[in-house]
Write a protein that binds this ligand. Structure first.
Ligand SMILES: [Zn+2]
Ligand SMILES: [Zn+2]
Length: 52
């Protein structure tokens, strides 16, 4: 999968943060270590929810 914030391809072993969208509960949100550290916001690809 790709980092939802920056679009970097994520290897499964490198995924630091992976969770379901809190809004629709369907799309998986993944963020790389860098984006998690910077607390970059993500946009759900399914419902457009923007979260911290
Ligand atoms: Zn990222
Ligand atoms: Zn969603």
């Amino acid at each position: 999968m790709k980092c939802t914030s920056c679009g970097t391809e994520l290897e499964t072993a490198k995924i630091k943060s992976e969770f379901k969208c809190p809004s629709c509960g369907e799309a998986m949100i993944g963020r790389c270590e860098r984006c998690k550290k910077l607390s970059r916001e993500y946009v759900c690809p399914k419902c457009g929810f923007i979260g911290p």
